[in-house]
Write a protein that binds this ligand. Sequence first.
Ligand SMILES: C[S@@+](CC[C@H](N)C(=O)[O-])C[C@H]1O[C@@H](n2cnc3c(N)ncnc32)[C@H](O)[C@@H]1O
Length: 197
Amino acid sequence: MSTPRETHKFDVSLHGVLHSVVRRRMLPERPALELLELGSGLVALEVGCGTGYFLLPMAVKVGYAIGVDVSEKMLRRCMERVRSARAANVGLVRCGESTIPLRSGSVQRVLIANALHEMHYPEKMLREVRRVLCQGGLVLVVEWKKRCLFGCLSGPPKAHRLSSAETEALLIGAGFSGVEQCSVPYRRHYVLRAVKG
Ligand SMILES: C[S@@+](CC[C@H](N)C(=O)[O-])C[C@H]1O[C@@H](n2cnc3c(N)ncnc32)[C@H](O)[C@@H]1O
């Protein structure tokens, strides 16, 4: 196995930050979700769903939404939000560091938001994402920009971030095609979309 990337996992005690007013202004979920071309007949997956900031609004737009996360504690917080939203079409499952416990070709859309940079083997996880996606399925990666104009004051340390060129190379290395940089109204994040061709 290749050398693990040096990184750290999100501190669960800071879970409130993920739903703060500041974050909603900085990273509104709608522009990213629109790029996923969601629809009521689709099954969508979020890898590294955390507390459900993207997962819950995604669930409103699809037939079934699945959230996977490596952290049991984050999933517990997410479950509380799923229950209070009475979202009946959401499933939560714990995944491994680079494994997703779903059948091959079983989902049509995958979102990975602010999570790829936390993974020790991001390309391996992207290969796993490709496995669970159906042919023609889309993956969307939302990540923190590596170039911080006034220092990286919020978000992960610069050393842990993945530049968009690095993420693009990881997607291509995992076998995705049609990798494109998407236009989004985010100042601190970039979004890449790719297809399982
Ligand atoms: C900063 S949080 C983002 C949560 C959510 N996607 C959002 O944007 O609000 C990163 C999440 O990725 C999860 N994570 C880190 N490494 C992971 C891995 N290898 N597989 C799945 N989830 C992972 C963490 O446990 C954490 O919940």
